[in-house]
Design a protein around this ligand. Structure first.
Ligand SMILES: [Fe+2]
Ligand SMILES: [Fe+2]
Length: 284
């Protein structure tokens, strides 16, 4: 079964050259907004999206920005990088079968909500603001591994979703039972295919098993695990799993935040989700 999924992932287009270049130069600490301006300027679609984002309600700026380099300075290199990345990923992830099996609106709503909460956790736990957008993207992408199932095994995946529902079992456990692998493993294969590394790949690969993660990106991996749980708790969107497992207390302790503190932020989070929808819309 994994062969069919691997074949499907191999056939996914690789990320466009500009996007790979943007990711590469943003990871170089010596990069300036002017360098990024040169690369983004070569790609009219991406350039349009950068301008759209800085002038969107998400940033709520009083005056219209018309210069690309100014937009890059205001957004920051990381945000531009993440916009490029999410644009490429979302553009690549349209699934023909997905709508019958997983409702894609519900799926992206869950993903968006997880991204917003992960970013909120980063802010509340005093993570360097430069990294906040990476938390958002990791949350946005954490469940991408579910998409290939809906393409390769639509009927079987529908069975997995209803089995999870009826038996009160988390979806990723049922996936392993029925397929021998879960969406974390598939997500890891997708990120590998797209050469997405580091914290984002770690979150995709470990969001249901914090206790197995030993790498250097614990804060982000844990934040996504908590955000995933909270977005299901707040009933925002639906990605096939009605029985989330609450992260263990060591996860909250390591982050330095409690569930109650986060729950108290529900109203703020809901407002943020509405704002972040713009980001998703621009990316698609
Ligand atoms: Fe998941
Ligand atoms: Fe999830």
């Amino acid at each position: 079964m994994i062969k069919a999924i691997e074949k499907f992932i191999d056939k996914m287009p690789s990320l466009p050259a500009t996007v790979s270049r943007v990711m590469e130069i943003c990871d170089d600490p010596a990069t300036s907004p002017a360098d990024l301006n040169k690369v983004v300027g070569l790609d009219p679609v991406l350039m349009g999206k950068v301008m759209q984002l800085i002038n969107s309600a998400y940033y709520g700026r009083p005056n219209k920005i018309t210069s690309l380099v100014r937009a890059i300075i205001l957004l920051g290199l990381n945000t531009v990088k993440n916009l490029a990345l999410s644009t490429a990923v979302l553009g690549n992830l349209s699934s023909d079968h997905a709508n019958d099996i997983l409702n894609m609106d519900g799926f992206w709503e869950h993903s968006l909500c997880t991204g917003v909460i992960a970013k909120k956790i980063a802010a509340a736990t005093r993570i360097d603001p430069k990294l906040h957008e990476e938390y958002f993207i990791a949350g946005l992408l954490h469940d991408i591994g579910k998409i290939p199932y809906t393409n390769c095994f639509p009927q079987e995946y529908l069975t997995a979703i209803s089995k999870s529902d009826l038996n009160n079992t988390p979806l990723h456990k049922v996936e392993t039972e029925l397929f021998g692998f879960d969406h974390q493993e598939i997500g890891a294969l997708i990120t590998k295919h797209w050469k997405i590394e580091g914290a984002i790949r770690n979150a995709v690969e470990f969001h249901h098993r914090s206790n197995e993660y030993e790498g250097e990106n614990k804060s982000l991996v844990y934040a996504v695990a908590v955000a995933d749980y909270l977005s299901l708790y707040l009933e925002r969107g639906f990605a096939g799993n009605r029985h989330p497992v609450e992260p263990e207390s060591f996860v909250y302790d390591a982050l330095g935040i409690s569930f109650d503190q986060l729950e108290a932020m529900s109203d703020e989070i809901k407002k943020e989700i509405d704002k972040a929808r713009v980001f998703l819309k621009i990316s698609q």
